[in-house]
Design a protein around this ligand. Sequence first.
Ligand SMILES: Cc1ncc(COP(=O)(O)O)c(C=O)c1O
Length: 393
Amino acid sequence: MAVSRGSHFFINPGPTNIPDRVLRAMDRGAIDFNGAQFRAIAEECFAGLKRVFKTEQTILAYAASGHGAWEAALVNLFSPGDKLLVVESGFFSLNWGMRGESFGLEVETLPNDWRTAADPAKLESRLRDDRAHSIKAVLVVHNETSTGVVNDIAALRRAIDAARHPALFLVDTISSLASMDFRMDEWGVDVVVAGSQKGLMLPTGMAFTGISARAIGATAEAKLPRVYWDWRRLLGGTSQSVWNGTAPVHFFYGLQEALRMLEEEGLDEVFARHHRLAEATRRAVRAWRQNDGPEIYAIDRRAQSDSITAVQLPEGYDADKTRQVCLDKLNVSLGGGLDRLRGRIIRIGHLGDLNEPMILGAIAAVEMALELTGVPHGRGGVQAAMDYLVSEE
Ligand SMILES: Cc1ncc(COP(=O)(O)O)c(C=O)c1O
């Protein structure tokens, strides 16, 4: 294996770069998770998470990847045969729905092209047709990490309300939370699914659910079997009081530091920084687009994600080959296409602990890799990104 020097550029859409401050905060001995010291750290973390979720309601945490929070949301709310409506946006939306099927739930997909945001009018119309209110919940991914398309959660909530439908509203924020604005209470979201390894800048392995009072009410009726995820067991007052097993103390050390960092920067500035870096990336891709080069996969500009840009290569060119050259020759790691997009796209993750020189380095590496793998493209992507960033100063 070739030896490489200098920083490894990790530009994946999750996991993301872990700030040194978070790593240092985790570099400590264990403490008793039943003791007062841990309780104080956990309380600070749950209070901070509420500010990030923008909720006054309940947040529960699990030692798990995001898949755990997906599953927790399903098993705590539904009974075999219940019907879910999954708003299609890409690989992750369908995958969440498939998990429901595995539990014996009936899953209907509201079909959508992966390159555009979900249409609230279509959701409203489907819910209006469901006069018997057989649909128990609407499931949406806020930021579809597999495509770089953002769904408008407030507009989808308005669609549910306009149809006067009682379905619970479940939203996956795994690649949007702490990178893009999200408002659990204002947008009437009943369950928020989140993970540690993206905007929260932690290692993978901790997952969260924000749970509305209505969802807590619904859990009493749910008949799906559950033990580890059982909200009834985990809940005590307004925050998690009991762990199923040992609490992940080191994650809490890291989370405490990450939340402090987010608050020092200010959430609005965090979102503005993500927007700047995303827009710089988009300017670069638009420059490459000349000469029938690569293009941004998300078609509608308003739905282009501030945490990940999917770049579609021209027909006949292997995106995985370009990605591999980027890694092998330039030590820059990028995300690849999932499912039907395998080999078709490169995913540039611009979320978490990232700044201007880091994204410019990544863009330069992609531009070089396009050249090295003979992919037709316009030149000057890095220049276009720099010009934009300078104009924003
Ligand atoms: C939108 C979305 N949902 C769910 C998941 C699954 O989360 P995890 O890989 O942490 O289990 C991911 C992972 O990238 C994701 O991006």
